[in-house]
Design a protein around this ligand. Sequence first.
Ligand code: SF4
Length: 394
Amino acid sequence: MNEKVAMVKTAGNDAVPLRDAVQRALDLLDSPLKGVGPGNCVVIKPNITADSISWRQGIVTNPNLVHAIIELVAERNPREILIAEGIAVGQDVKKAYSFLGYDKIAGATGARLVDLYDEAFVDIPITGSNLHSTMQIAKTIMEADFLINVPVMKTHVAVGISVCMKNLMGTISAEQKKKFHFFGVAESVVDLNLVVRPHLSIADGTVAGEGDGPMANDPVGFQTILVGTDNRLVDTICARVMGFEPSEIEILKICNDRWGALPAADIEVVGEATSQTVRPFKHAAECVKPPQGVECTEGGACAACTGAIELALARARQMDILEQLKPLRIVCGPDSSPPGTGENVLVVGKCLSHLKETGNFVPGCPPQVFLIADELREMAGIDRIFGCKDGYNF
Ligand code: SF4
């Protein structure tokens, strides 16, 4: 195989230094953009997980990096350049495009913004999967002449890290996302990567995210991009520089189990040396069983809900309020029954909004960690930090 990954430090977070950094990385890889020609449709897939969180938080892709990539792609005279995202369920990508300034970038460059949920999805057969026979993938993605994957580097509570392979979850339908959560995200993401094969992946570590990802990371001014043409390989190097053994990352472990570990001779990192770049990232809170005195009913809940509850419980423990809330009963997931009433009943997630009168209710789909933690604070008689929850009824 012998694929290369280019690792390049950036001199700033604006489009000009980032354009220089991407160009240096592409030069180290023998210019993969030469695969773009006149008449081509080039699709850029950033990671826009949330609609109202600054890219400076290390949770969504830096829009200035996408701007820099568009300028370099435009030199190849493609027919059109699209920025396309199918955001997390419950968020609004049009709002995100405006909040993050992608609309201004589109206006300045002529690129077109696409909400993949407005477009058609096609059923693509999957061979070699134990879970899926087909997957609903956006037609725009499948028909791209050249697909560029631009994930942010961040830690993630359910899968360890979320970079190139995981970012492709934004190419599938909302219904398919729910199936991923039902069948298991890590294995489903590996299957998805069998059929969506970006021509180029540029991992955004300008501002990366550590800790409670995917939605509550702390920013890391990492000032690095990692570029390659093989998602698994770029993720393997990202894992290493983030201080993980690749075998600790569930998605990469599944790849190793299916196809064997990548031989060291097949991994060539050009540019910065991995050993000089390693910066251990704080892990997302480990998936923990509810502590004694806390009972959690997960009636078919998505991992996004259960992960958010686990993180919020970890925060409640840090705040020393968990003991006083016991016995605490938490209910989530569409199949949960009414939990009865009581001061220490917490009902979580939009799919249980019909039960909101039965206990302390947290809206959202998926619900935000900070809102669940705020609800626990209020139940413990402490003021909320983030204000009223009513605006989160998505
Ligand atoms: S509220 Fe939670 S369990 Fe319900 S659909 Fe949304 S993420 Fe899934």
